[in-house]
Design a protein. Structure first.
Length: 147
């Protein structure tokens, strides 16, 4: 199956939101939806959407510029903020192609390093990052306390 990857536009928002829900199913839809327009308008943020040969959107990646990335020595760094491929098409190198699109965008923004993160228990994501040449830089546990 062939896929097309391109920058997202406002017309992609419904599909993009659906896939964000797939990535973060526990998050309220209002949270996932509130900043889509800001992300599309931000010159230091890029959203790439993938569609199959029938035009159905099936994957996306969000990348931004950050001042700092764990393990990075330069600033700014490109940062993979979100990365999702519909379950039925995983394993077909589409995720790799999306990461390469985000990395190329970061290079064009002057970055020489790219960073990312995932949950400690997300073994699939950890394996995908390692396969693409990313190195684990650190492990972190977040704490909170209600006052």
């Amino acid at each position: 199956m062939s896929f097309t990857i391109r920058r997202a536009t406002h017309t992609d928002k419904p599909d993009w939101l659906r896939m964000r829900q797939g990535l973060w199913p526990e998050a309220p839809i209002e949270y996932l939806d509130f900043d889509l327009d800001d992300k599309l308008a931000n010159p230091n943020y890029a959203v790439f959407i993938a569609a199959n040969s029938d035009g159905q959107k099936c994957a996306f990646i969000e990348a931004g510029l950050r001042d700092y990335g764990e393990g990075c020595e330069t600033s700014p760094v490109g940062y993979i903020e979100a990365w999702y491929v519909d379950g039925h098409i995983r394993g077909q190198k589409l995720g790799t192609d999306l990461v390469h699109a985000a990395e190329q965008w970061a290079r064009e923004k002057g970055c020489v390093e790219m960073a990312s993160d995932t949950w400690l228990d997300n073994e699939t994501s950890i394996a995908a990052h390692l396969k693409l040449g990313y190195q684990e830089a650190d492990r972190l546990v977040h704490f909170m306390k209600r006052l």
